[in-house]
Ligand binder design. Structure first.
Ligand code: COA
Length: 508
């Protein structure tokens, strides 16, 4: 038996449970519901999913896959390509998965990431046949120590009929101790969550499990798939600068100090680049209370800018993984990973007063934000935690480039084609053109700020003309719109390949 694996199973009751991935996969049958570990490619079960892909060569079956967030290629690409996923929730971000979701071949439920655990607890999602969770160690007390994410593992383990543990020995054992597992009681019987500070521990270092439910432990050696973040470019650097300028104004008014308030940054290249902007700023002693911790958080720790980071996963590029593994002792005293219902919990987000930075695909002139659907119908990734944070944060900030696809698309539009974050949840919009502080403004007051400060100059006359006409036609309604014209921006894009109206091209 593998010596490294045995050393990591410190409880006798679990030692006799080692099985091959193939054997574990043989227990999984058509129509089953699986609760998998993993959050944004980190800490996901990998060996059993690959064994399921192989099993699909000789057996026809489909399963429902519930996770923390998007997973690596074993699930969100290879299981997809094998045609064995029926339903998927609560987040996805791989091109193969996206393609099948938009082809109507996989049912996808796009959920606020703090909601999934409540739905499992209340029985609306489930019953879960198997929880398959990646672990680094099983302690003497029988606690499952997760790896690079916590996600929804604890709630899946609690509610599944059976549990399979993937003991992944590629993760450094020094990570033991960075997790803090706290599971709230049922709604209606729940005490306030006793978390009042970013670095506070309120739970246990691992997930408790009834040993009888664990019917197999599969040893795995496969590292997490690296993140696919692209480095900052000219526009994202400008977005970061405008955002920092906004924060400076907040400090000047006394609403914030130079330590700011706990920061959250969403997935994606733009949000990652905005965080990197803090590197060359005067802000220091920062705290992060986020869900996914990307490369930029570790860069900020290295630079001494961040004193503590709490998340529910860390998702790193290939070179960053290497660096973090080599310096794990340095980071572990400044890091904590929590279940996603705690990292994203509205109660805590509001209590701590977060500054939350998430990415929009498009915003409209009144401040509604679409983060998920291209031209209103085609899913990109999903809402993720952006709604958990934006609605409850002290400051709900959305960042986006003002144009996409070389200017054929304006990311500021008259009426977003899909609403993820309503005008009531969006405090500040930042593009490479500037920022619009929308707090305390009525819809008609917001319009001018968004057009003048955030829209690309090539689209400003067209947006202004839309608003002026709508204002006149409605006689000054609370939120003026011309519904005949609002969505012509998308029909023009589909028919002519651009949102830009030829009339305004001439004006330019
Ligand atoms: N219309 C159509 N396409 C648009 C667009 C628009 N208004 N704005 C951007 N795009 C395209 C880009 O051109 C790019 O296309 P490509 O992949 O073909 O190059 C793609 O959308 C992604 O944009 P990009 O600029 O690379 O941004 P990103 O990597 O920062 O991702 C989101 C942006 C919105 C997809 C991503 O942040 C996301 O999934 N957000 C929702 C989830 C979330 O916020 N979670 C936060 C809590 S962790």
């Amino acid at each position: 038996m593998n010596k490294d694996a045995l050393e990591r199973i410190r409880n006798e009751q679990f030692r006799g449970k080692i099985v091959s991935a193939e054997e574990a996969a043989s227990w999984i049958k058509d129509g089953m519901k699986l609760g998998l570990s993993g959050f944004t490619r980190a800490g996901d079960a990998k060996a059993v999913p690959m064994a399921l892909v192989n099993k699909a060569k000789t057996e026809s079956f489909k399963v429902d896959v519930y996770t923390g967030a998007s997973l690596g290629p074993e699930v969100d690409q290879y299981m997809v390509e094998a045609g064995i996923i029926n339903k998927r929730l609560p987040f996805q971000a791989e091109p193969a998965m996206r393609k099948k979701v938009n082809a109507g071949e996989i049912i996808y439920v796009d959920q606020h990431l703090s909601h999934t655990a409540e739905l499992v607890r209340s029985g609306l999602i489930g019953p879960i046949d198997f929880a398959i969770v990646e672990a680094m160690t099983i302690t003497e007390e029988g606690l499952i120590i997760p790896t690079t994410s916590v996600g929804n593992s604890a709630i899946y383990v609690e509610h599944a009929k059976h549990v399979i543990i993937e003991l992944n020995i590629s993760h450094p054992s020094e990570l033991e101790g960075i997790h803090d597992i706290y599971i709230p009681a049922k709604q209606g019987e729940r005490e306030p969550i006793p978390l009042t500070k970013v670095d506070q521990r309120i739970g246990t270092i691992g997930i408790s499990v009834d040993p009888d439910k664990v019917i197999g432990i599969v040893v795995s050696y496969q590292p997490d798939a690296p993140s696919t973040i692209v480095p900052a470019d000219e526009e994202t650097a400008l977005i970061a600068n405008h955002f920092l300028q906004f924060l400076r104004e907040e400090v000047k008014t006394g609403r914030l100090t130079e330590e700011l308030a706990p920061l959250q940054s969403g997935v994606g290249s733009i949000a990652n680049a905005v965080f990197s902007g803090f590197l060359n700023s005067e802000f220091s002693d920062l705290e992060i209370y986020s869900e996914v911790l990307q490369d930029s958080v570790f860069d900020l720790m290295d630079a001494g800018k961040v004193k503590y980071a709490s998340g529910c996963s860390f998702t790193l590029s290939e070179e960053k993984v290497q660096q973090v593994h080599e310096n794990i002792e340095k980071y572990r005293d400044h890091l904590i990973l929590r279940p996603q219902e705690i990292s994203n919990h509205p109660e805590i987000i509001r209590r701590l007063g977060l500054i939350s930075i998430n990415t929009a695909l498009e915003c409209d002139i009144y401040g509604n934000v679409n983060s998920t659907h291209i031209s209103g119908t085609k899913m990109v990734n999903g809402i993720g935690g952006s709604g958990d944070f934006a609605r409850n944060a002290r400051l709900g900030v959305f960042v986006t480039k003002s144009i996409a696809k070389n200017g054929k698309i304006s990311s500021i539009v008259p009426f977003v084609s899909h609403v993820d974050h309503t005008e009531h949840d969006v405090d500040v919009i930042v593009t490479e053109q500037g920022y619009a502080d929308l707090r305390g403004l009525a819809p008609k007051e917001r319009v001018q700020k968004i057009i003048d400060n955030c829209a690309h100059p090539m689209y400003r006359p067209q947006l202004q003309a839309y608003f002026d006409e709508a204002l006149e036609q409605t006689g000054g309604h609370q939120t003026p719109h011309n519904l005949d014209k609002a969505f012509t921006w998308y029909t023009n894009l589909a028919k002519k390949g651009t949102m830009l109206d030829t009339v305004f091209e001439v004006v330019q």
